[in-house]
Design a protein around this ligand. Sequence first.
Ligand code: GAR
Length: 190
Amino acid sequence: MTRVSIIVGAKGRGSNMLALARHIAQDPDIEIAYVIAPKPDSPALLAAQEAGLPTAVVPYGETFAEDLERVLDDTDWICLAGFMRLLPGNIVHRWKGRILNIHPALLPKFGGKGMYGHHVHEAVLAAGETESGCSVHFVTEEYDEGATFMQARCPVLPDDTAESLATRVLALEHATYYKALKAAIDGQRT
Ligand code: GAR
């Protein structure tokens, strides 16, 4: 059984976390170890609790890195879902090649520090792109720098706003993240 923990941010809705959890619930080979959030009132954490998932709170602070590693001790793979910070080095090193993130654009374009949520979609529209999508990539100590593992594409329509584009991309994210996680886990096994 592969144990996966999902780390969410303080403010995220948790829709990718819930989509992952729904798929994982149907998968006999994967289980959720923890949904981890930095604050007890994180909307994504509350959503996880409501869905009956095991949760843990690890507050940002001086001992964040060690506290997180302790909670993750029996976790095999880590998925970031709306976690907008860099992971501490001890976590990146210990779980190297077993940490994924989802990003709402076609990396390497529209990634990096400050590129999250609506900022990404606004930048895609401002650049006049005709295509966008989502990227699942491995996590390193830099923002959005790890190798892209899987992408899914959708059109950018002429009358799109950041909101309408975000909605189209989010639907792709929900369909793609589990597929990528499963393929990454299976790839490592072979
Ligand atoms: C998602 O669109 C995800 O791709 C994005 O934050 C949103 C979280 O939504 N992540 C980034 O922009 C990372 N740079 P959710 O909480 O509903 O899953």
